[in-house]
Ligand binder design. Structure first.
Ligand SMILES: [Zn+2]
Length: 211
């Protein structure tokens, strides 16, 4: 097991245990400092979205990155510019607007194009605002919610990777190519994680998605 993978699993376990036993803050502080995440602003209040991010349909490393996104804890150029590390705050992908979490994962045209491909594939309406929070508020079955959340989380993870690739290597995949990669990954994940005992309506919907 690689060091990164161990760290991700440990963080997931800390959060899952912490939220259920109320001791997460001390463990999280200790782990955050040890892992270089001491810049995260910790809050003692529980957050309503933790179960949306840590769900079994999603790939664990995607859960971790999405947890950072939801906590506004990613290092964006806007943050780096503010502390004098970056000469400008422009988005690494579109170079048109200030790069912050809301821009990268809600408003950037690159993200919007991939999101359209995602909700078309899932046969659901267009998410409004934060796609994870929006999905959590739908009155869908838990299976459908978890699959949609996992897909939106793989999209967010891929956007973050492309942002880093654009910044460090000047390379950016076309949205259709990137989404095909996300889709293929999720098809494998859904098939491997899907319980045999699910409602007929869920199975029909999933069969449509996987076809
Ligand atoms: Zn942008």
């Amino acid at each position: 097991m690689s060091g990164n993978w161990k760290a991700i699993c440990k963080t997931r376990d800390l959060f899952q245990n912490g939220y259920s036993h109320g001791t997460w803050l001390a463990d999280l502080k200790r782990y955050s400092v040890k892992s270089g995440y001491d810049w995260i602003r910790l809050k003692e209040t529980k957050v309503g979205w933790s179960k949306l991010v840590w769900n079994n349909a999603a790939i664990p490393k995607h859960c971790f990155v999405n947890w950072l996104i939801m906590r506004n804890a990613l290092n964006t150029k806007e943050k780096l510019h503010r502390i004098g590390i970056s000469s400008d705050a422009l988005c690494c992908i579109c170079q048109a607007e200030s790069e912050n979490v809301a821009h990268l994962f809600q408003h950037c045209h690159y993200f919007v194009e991939i999101l359209e491909l995602a909700y078309d594939w899932l046969r659901i309406p267009k998410p409004q605002g934060n796609s994870i929070i929006w999905t959590g508020r739908r009155h869908w079955s838990q299976v459908q919610k978890n699959v949609c959340l996992a897909v939106f989380m793989v999209v967010n993870y891929a956007i973050r990777q492309q942002r880093n690739s654009a910044r460090l290597e000047g390379v950016l995949l076309r949205p259709t190519v990137l989404f095909t990669q996300c889709k293929n990954l999720m098809k494998i994940r859904i098939r491997s994680q899907l319980s045999r005992v699910i409602r007929a309506s869920d199975r029909d919907w999933i069969n449509c998605v996987l076809s």
